[in-house]
Structure formats: C-alpha cells, structure tokens
Design a protein around this ligand. Structure first.
Ligand code: ZN
Length: 571
C-alpha cells in the first residue's frame, strides 16, 4: 500500500476544530436517515480524505476471541479469518486494562482510549446515588429513564465519554455514514458511539434499535427471515474433522458440556443466541445495511462496526475447549468469508480491522484434566455478603450492605452512608481481609490507583495496578479493586449457560488478535505487543483524518510492510 496512502501536508485549523467539536446529544436522535448520501466533498471541510483512502472501514469485534483461540485455530481457517490472516497480523493485541469485559473492551476499539478515560469501567457498576431501587448501573443504559417494561432498561450510549472514530469522521465530513450492528447492545453502541446513522442489536427474538428509532427494512427483513428458524428449530451443525478430539462430555454436576453440536429446539431463543446462527444473522444484517445505508459509495469514508457476540455466549455456556467452540469458530470463519465476498461483489474499496473485546479462559473442570490442575472456581468468601460480615466483625459496623459488588472480583464499594472515619476503617479492614485470602492476587484502593502513574511501555509487563488504572474512572469506579490469582475462575458454581468467563487482569483475558486487511496489501506479521487503543489512530491515519494531539491513548501502527508508511507524519 506504500504509494496509495499519503497524509495531507497541512491540516487546516478549522478542520481540527471541527474534529474536536462533536455532537453531544445524539443518543436521542430520531429515526435514522435513509436518503442517499449527498455529493462528496462538503464545502465546510478544508481537509479531504487522503488519496486512495478506503471508502469503507469495516471494524469487526469477535466477542471473547482470545489470542489463544486465534493461535489454536488459525491453521484451520479457510474463510474470512484466513483472508484477514494474509494482511497485517498482530497476534498479541492487548485489551490492556484489568476489567476485561465486553463493554470496556468494545469502548477501546474505535475510541482509541482506554476504558478509564472512556468512562466505561466495567459492564456494570454500582451507583448508590441513582434514584431507583436497583443501584447496579449497566454500561449501556440510561439509568435516569424508565423502560416500558419494568424488568427492562433503556439502552443508551450516554456513559461513553469520548467520541468514536465514526463520530470523528462525521464531525469533519458530515456525509460519512456511521453504522453498527451486534449481537449485544453494548457491542454496537460502544463501537458506534453517539452520532450513529443506524444501530441494531439482537434482543430476544430479533434485531432492535434505540428507543424512538423505527427498524428499517433491512432489520425487518432479517427478523422475518429468522422467525421460522426460531419457531421451528434447526438440526445440529456439522462437526469438522479437527473438532473430533474435542467432542467429549465433561460433567458439571447435573449437566455436562463439551459435546454439543447446536441442534436447535423449536422456540429455544437462548440456544439460538449461544450458537453460530447469531453471528450469521448479524453478518447478514450487516450485508443488507451495506446497500440500505449506501456504504462505501463515495470518497468520504464510512464506518461499519460489526460486533459478533456468539463466540462469547458459546464460551460462557460451554467453555473454550470443547466441540462447541470448535464448531463456532469454523462457522464464524465461513460466515465472515461470505461477508467479505458480499463486499467484494459490491466493488467497495474497504479496509477491515478485526479484533476482540477481551479474551477468555476455559472452565476449571476441563483445565484440571488438561494439565492445569491449579485452575479452580472461586470460593464464596469473596462474595459481598461474606465480605460484609468479615468487615463488620472487624469494625463493629452494621453488616447489612456494607460491601457491595457484582461478584467475586473487580470493583467493590462500601455503603455510602458511612462517615469518613468509618469508611477509612472499613476500607482498611476490607483490604486486609482480601489480601489475607489465598485466592486474591491484589487489592488496590481507589486512592492507590488514582495516585499510581499512568501506564506506559509494553502492556505485557505492566504491573497490576497499572492495569487497574487503565480501567479506572473515579466517579464510577469502586472504593477498591479486587484481583483474583491467575487461574481462579470468578464463578463459584457452574450453571447451564454459564460455566466459564473472562474479566481478569491476566493475559488469557487481555490478549486478543488484531488483524488489518485491505485488498492488494502486502501482509506481514508483528508479534510484539500492541494495544486495541492503537486501532483508532491507525485507521484515522489510513484515511487522513486529522485528530487533535493527545486524543488517543494508542499510537498509529504502520500497515505498510515495506519502506512506506500509512502513518504519515505520525510514524
Ligand atoms: Zn465480551
């Protein structure tokens, strides 16, 4: 690509100002616009995309696709993942922060900033000031709004504090289209951002959008085509030859996993979601949106974000090393291949980045059989009820709701009505209780994290507190962050649909592949660690989007295999 990509020599001040000024209240925008794009080159923009900039950026996140899974299955891919593996391959991408969950991970990919700066510290946090009984706040909800169904919530991207790449492009070149689709609302919203032309995610039995938006024909058609499968079920999927060795039941008490082939019973929506069928549906909708949203049709680059959630649901439900994950990755590879062929057929000049929001870890029952006997499930001593009792015993404070958390790892909060003195005593007691627990690797108070230096250097060697700092945002973070030892799985007991997970500060959850691909490019492999926050600056430079200094936590990765550069002056 050496000769194809050049940065503009000068960046106008007006353009920079435009790039900085971003829409603030777009989450409540009414229905998306379906009109064809206006002619390129809006008069207000002094800066144009670089010559030969791709006309469409396709940003793909495979939920829970660890660097380990990519390495394990790489030689078997023949479809879309095989194509991307001929591009610029960074097998050691890092979701470098400690809270390796879906929402923070997706928030890094197209913002170029770490989750703390994005304000997305975790999938959920506890905000004791919210004016409702439930104090747990979901990252992609508007907790100040009331859903029509009291058991539901109002989806929103309002918690995201920074713009996405698609928003930055739209701010400078308003004709650009910013479209996102996912199996999860947080996947679509955190990649798309606030100013988004079309956004869809899977919910229940079909794709839906933000409140106030009427699903377009593409979504309506996709939902219609899926209805018979959901209603009538579907047969098991084929087991590839190389999956046979993994096709073995591992008992987990009353049920077992490891040998599932995704036969779908009539009406079983949950099993549809935790299967390759969800990803195929998401990519089918993405394909329909190419046409409906006129993506990639003019010189102003568009952004299509695709977050594929089934790998995560499969990982949680069946672990990462059974026949289920093997079939899932085979089917995903083929579905991605078909999606890229659909792009090729439309003669769109597109560039792809594919990564993951976090990695994953198998269930300890199978890990124990497979040479990792140290892996085990966390004890219940780290759940908030047990910690509340322990801290109450040490301090004399009332135990009821003294320590609050969503589980046995991550952020912990103390009851907010404590006096400053009692809070300090409780915090010291809590920290002492935690670090004395043999399952705990580290426990940092908010003050300790706030005072620690910002992470620098290779994410591979960051100390644990730096990893915590990368997903720390004081107004939302806990009073203390708890990290379990490597190999301690924070699910005390497995249940159907939830046997394995991610979320730790360890590399099995932090390392993800980062693959960049464009037609005609010369591929290369760079095994040294990079970060997912490098993706946005890399893509911004690829299209010649001016971005203010300091806007990103990451750096531009030069995608030119030779002496040229795709990073312009930023290299
Ligand atoms: Zn995820």
């Amino acid at each position: 690509m050496a000769s194809r990509i050049l940065l503009p020599a000068t960046l106008g001040a007006a353009a920079l100002a435009l790039a900085i000024a971003l829409p603030q209240a777009c989450a409540a925008r009414p229905a998306q616009h379906h009109a064809a794009k206006a002619a390129p080159a809006p008069a207000s923009a002094a800066v144009q995309p670089v010559a030969n900039a791709p006309r469409l950026i396709v940003a793909i996140s495979i939920d829970q696709f660890s660097a380990d899974l990519f390495a394990q299955y790489r030689s078997h891919f023949t479809g879309g993942l095989a194509r991307l593996a001929t591009g610029a391959v960074f097998p050691s991408g890092y979701q470098s922060h400690a809270a390796t969950e879906t929402c923070p991970g997706h928030a890094t990919i197209l913002t170029g900033v770490r989750p703390g700066r994005a304000g997305i510290i975790a999938n959920t946090w506890i905000d004791q000031s919210v004016g409702r009984a439930k104090k747990t706040v979901y990252c992609a909800e508007d907790e100040t709004a009331t859903a029509a169904d009291p058991k539901d919530y109002v989806a929103s991207v309002g918690h995201l504090l920074v713009p996405t790449l698609g928003e930055r492009i739209k701010a400078l070149w308003p004709a650009s289209r910013n479209v996102a689709v996912s199996g999860k609302d947080r996947g679509a919203l955190m990649m798309g951002g606030h100013a988004i032309d079309a956004v869809y995610w899977w919910k229940g039995s079909g794709f839906t959008s933000l409140d106030g938006r009427t699903p377009s024909a593409a979504a309506v058609n996709e939902n219609k085509s899926l209805a018979p499968v959901l209603a009538e079920g579907a047969p098991a999927l084929a087991l590839p030859e190389w999956c046979k060795a993994k096709d073995r039941a591992v008992p987990l008490g009353a049920f077992s996993v490891g040998n599932g082939h995704f036969a779908l019973a009539a009406g079983d929506k949950g099993s549809f979601r935790a299967s390759p069928r969800l990803d195929r549906a998401t990519l089918d909708l993405a394909t329909e949106l190419l046409d409906e949203q006129n993506l990639g049709k003019d010189i102003v680059p568009d952004v299509l974000s695709v977050s594929l959630s089934a790998t995560d649901y499969v990982g949680h439900a069946f672990g990462t090393e059974g026949a289920e994950m093997c079939i899932q990755l085979q089917e995903l590879d083929l579905a991605l291949g078909d999606f890229f062929i659909a792009l090729d057929q439309r003669r769109i000049d597109y560039a792809v980045v594919l990564t993951a929001d976090h990695g994953g870890f198998d269930m300890p029952e199978r890990l124990g059989e497979q040479a990792l006997p140290a892996a085990h499930r966390v004890s219940k001593t780290l759940l908030p009820e047990a910690l509340s009792a322990a801290v109450a015993a040490k301090t004399g404070l009332a135990a009821e709701g003294l320590v609050l958390s969503d589980g046995a790892s991550g952020d912990l909060w103390l009851r907010r009505d404590l006096t400053a003195e009692d809070k300090a005593r409780a915090l010291a007691a809590l920290k002492a209780e935690l670090i004395a627990n043999p399952e705990v690797a580290a426990a940092f108070t908010a003050d300790e994290i706030a005072a620690s230096p910002a992470p620098t250097g290779s994410p591979e060697t960051w100390p644990l507190i730096a990893r915590a700092k990368a997903s720390f945002y004081r107004p939302r973070s806990g009073d203390l962050v708890l990290m379990l030892h490597r190999g301690v799985v924070p699910i005390p007991a497995p249940g159907p649909g939830y046997v394995a997970t991610h979320g730790s500060p360890w590399d099995y959850d932090r390392r993800v592949p980062m693959l960049f691909w464009r037609g005609g490019m010369t591929g290369f492999e760079q095994p040294s660690p990079v970060e997912t926050v490098d993706i946005a600056p890399t893509l911004a430079a690829l299209i010649g989007l001016p971005v203010p200094a300091g806007a990103f936590d990451g750096r531009c990765l030069d995608l030119d295999a030779g002496t040229g550069t795709t990073c312009g002056a930023a290299k």
